[in-house]
Design a protein around this ligand. Structure first.
Ligand code: SF4
Length: 193
């Protein structure tokens, strides 16, 4: 649903006064996080752990054989706007201040919203301007505006805390079968293939 101008202004004002803004930005920067981390953590912690540690299924076997899976994330200190997008959003409309993310289908709404909202929030924090987030559903060619509000901000902050915890874990969380497993590239690793 489209957010009206008033709702967007309310959110932007909230963001400007957000007491966690500096901490959020700095932690994202320190851990070198980007939008996909926020999508993965909403879908599956185990998958998020693998992504955080840059480990795919094949690499995992090698790591297990040598004893441990070391944290391989690089801790970039680059603070330019460009640095926010290790994996860039699909499109940024700088003129109208809208960030777009393409998705094949309309599913996993919260996880998909988290990813796109993350970019809009980071852009708003770094530019001090109001940004909108839109998911482009490729299968239906529809656009879905991501509601930016207190709930979304809380989701992002909670996800950041969970991601921080995952970065400190030497091993991935236990596998728990969920619907996503059927389509997940890590299914073999988790024993769900
Ligand atoms: S197969 Fe399932 S449990 Fe394993 S990482 Fe994928 S979604 Fe998570």
């Amino acid at each position: 649903m489209m957010q009206n101008r008033f709702q967007r202004q309310v959110f932007y004002k909230m963001l400007k006064n957000w007491p966690h803004a500096t901490e959020f930005y700095e932690e994202v920067d320190r851990l070198n996080l980007h939008g996909l981390h926020f999508q993965h953590i909403a879908l599956c912690e185990r998958r998020a752990w693998m992504y955080l540690h840059h480990i795919n299924f094949a690499q995992w076997y090698g790591k297990v054989q040598t004893g441990s899976a070391k944290h391989a994330a690089s801790y970039s200190r680059d603070r330019t706007t460009q640095s926010l997008f290790g994996l860039a959003p699909d499109r940024i409309d700088w003129e109208n201040r809208v960030v777009y993310e393409n998705k094949g289908t309309a599913g996993a709404v919260d996880a998909s919203n988290d990813q796109t909202a993350f970019y809009a929030v980071m852009l708003s924090l770094t530019t001090n301007l109001e940004w909108r987030a839109v998911t482009h559903i490729l299968s239906t060619r529809r656009r879905r505006e991501v509601p930016l509000d207190a709930r979304q901000l809380k989701r992002l902050r909670t996800s950041l805390e969970r991601l921080k915890l995952l970065t400190s874990m030497e091993k991935p969380p236990e596998a728990r079968r969920i619907r996503l497993c059927a389509a997940c590239s890590l299914a073999g690793f988790c024993g769900f293939d």
